[in-house]
Unconditional design. Structure first.
Length: 102
């Protein structure tokens, strides 16, 4: 397996017992996961991987996405924001929209 340049983690709000709860789940983060996976495949971005995480404890900002290993956190993720993030990755840039700076 090749190590991806960008591993995008989308919060799935899943608790340790496997139960989905919280803001990200209620704001369709699972659908965003499927959308992001489809976009990566359609764009043939071999150096980008998409995964779901358990709760990131950032519910007030959800859905949340992390670009690893760059360490960029994004809040209020939507399909449009995923497109902007992937566009920036393709262009070798950083998407500044909804980037958490704290």
């Amino acid at each position: 397996m090749n190590k991806p340049k960008h591993h995008l983690f989308i919060c799935g709000s899943v608790r340790a017992n496997g139960e989905p709860k919280g803001v990200c789940h209620k704001n369709e983060s699972i659908a965003l996961l499927s959308y992001a996976q489809g976009e990566v495949k359609d764009r043939m971005l071999d150096e980008v991987e998409i995964s779901m995480t358990g709760c990131m404890n950032m519910c007030a900002r959800g859905p949340v996405l992390i670009d690893y290993p760059a360490g960029r956190f994004y809040e209020k993720v939507s399909e449009d924001l995923i497109d902007s993030i992937l566009d920036a990755i393709e262009d070798g840039e950083v998407c500044e929209e909804n980037l958490i700076e704290d």
